[in-house]
Design a protein around this ligand. Structure first.
Ligand code: FES
Ligand SMILES: [Fe+2]
Length: 407
């Protein structure tokens, strides 16, 4: 008799508490205690654009004074979307009856109302368009979608402070490393990839051909460490010349991904920080800030001179990348509820997969459980401080030994 057939298999399920992020969900509330990048600042103009973040549809624009505004799109008058609004110096004017809202949703003008009402600030106060705070950091616009009384200071990062004159910081909203605008999958399966150094050996090397540089294709010895803000992964690759290539990647709560450049252009601390934006339960986007010599940009070419989006379907099959692997896990992968599925990670063999998932899970789930208590204090305690980034690549024996973890 055949065994192991697909017939009668368990119904797939996932841990809703971990992966669902709409308003009033535990994970959604946790995520709403942080600033999230929602756009590249230079792309935000007087032309309104739709933005979706944490399952909420919003409209983003820049008023005539250059102030960014992020408003709930459905006009508080009769509910049409402000996406069709006209931006003026002091705000956005609804296309339907002309209510004018500033970047904090205050109604400044209502031309169809009788003059005595329109001129009454008190009357206009009754028409407040819901809004969210927006701040810019190094070319990215960050939004805070949480309770106003819990709003943390927008963090800054040491790698982007005191940038030398011959370098610049580039803001990117197009998923470096994964490519494409958004990925149709839950943010956790995109994010936990940062703590999965083994896939580099297979997905980016032995299976697809070397997608980075040959030394990245060596199977690493790996360990993990909790940090005050997340998890670090240490990867040591023993090289044919007897030296050791030491690489550190890290995630910081809740959505930071800090990865040393896989093309190993230089040794030293990473020059980039990225954020996983949970767009909604089944859509994810990545924003990146990276430091580079002035005028240089990261290469988007993936294969034979083609960008990822230009590959044929067959090329995607022959040379899958992070996008294919993560979207291939389904809109929301099964994660921890289906032990049979989860054990698939064990094929790697070098480490107990439960151990490393535990590292991730403890950091993700723990804050979920304490979303209203423990977690917000982490950033509050760091109020006004610059967050140090430790991710780096180091070649033992290299004279420039970089151990820049300054926690
Ligand atoms: S619906 Fe916006 S002003 Fe009437
Ligand atoms: Fe990858």
């Amino acid at each position: 008799m055949d065994s192991g057939t697909a017939y009668g298999r368990p119904t797939p399920s996932y841990d809703a508490m971990l992966v669902e992020l709409g308003p009033a969900t535990p994970a959604g509330e946790m995520l709403r205690r942080y600033w999230h990048p929602v756009a590249v600042a230079a792309e935000v103009t007087s032309r309104p654009r739709n933005v979706r973040a944490l399952g909420e549809d919003l409209v983003l624009f820049r008023d005539g004074e250059g102030r960014p505004g992020l408003l709930y799109p459905r006009c508080c008058h009769r509910g049409t979307t402000l996406y069709y609004g006209k931006v003026e110096s002091s705000g956005i004017r609804c296309c339907y009856h002309g209510f004018l809202f500033d970047v904090q949703g205050r109604c400044l003008d209502m031309p169809c109302e009788p003059p005595e009402k329109n001129q009454s600030e008190r009357y206009r106060e009754g028409f407040r368009q819901p809004w969210y705070p927006v701040q810019e950091y190094r070319g990215l616009l960050f939004a805070y979608l949480g309770p106003p009384e819990r709003k943390p200071v927008l963090p800054r990062y040491d790698v982007f402070e005191d940038v030398p004159a011959d370098e610049e910081v580039v803001a990117d909203g197009n998923k470096i490393g994964i490519e494409g605008d958004t990925s149709p999958c839950n943010w956790v399966q995109t994010h936990e990839n940062v703590m999965d150094p083994f896939h580099v050996f297979v997905l980016h090397s032995s299976n697809s051909g070397n997608q980075f540089v040959p030394l990245m294709g060596v199977l690493p010895e790996v360990s993990w460490e909790h940090t005050p803000l997340g998890v670090k992964s240490y990867q040591d690759r023993r090289l044919p010349d007897g030296k050791v290539f030491h690489r550190v990647t890290e995630i910081m709560m809740p959505t930071l991904r800090i990865v040393a450049n896989p093309f190993v252009k230089r040794y030293g601390r990473t020059e980039s920080v990225a954020w996983t934006l949970p767009v909604d339960d089944t859509t994810t986007k990545i924003f990146t800030l990276y430091r580079t010599p002035r005028g240089e940009r990261v290469s988007r070419v993936r294969f034979n001179g083609k960008r990822w989006a230009e590959l044929t379907e067959e090329e995607h099959q022959r040379m899958p990348n992070d996008y294919e692997a993560q979207v291939g896990q389904g809109p929301i992968t099964l994660l921890i509820n289906n032990a049979g599925q989860f054990r698939a990670f064990g094929l790697i063999g070098a480490v107990d997969p439960l151990a490393w998932w535990n590292e991730v899970e403890v950091n993700l789930r723990g804050p979920f459980l304490y979303a209203h208590a423990v977690l917000p204090s982490m950033l509050t305690r760091r109020r006004g401080r610059i967050i140090n980034v430790a991710s780096n690549a180091r070649h033992a024996g290299h004279t420039h030994d970089v151990r820049l973890c300054r926690e």
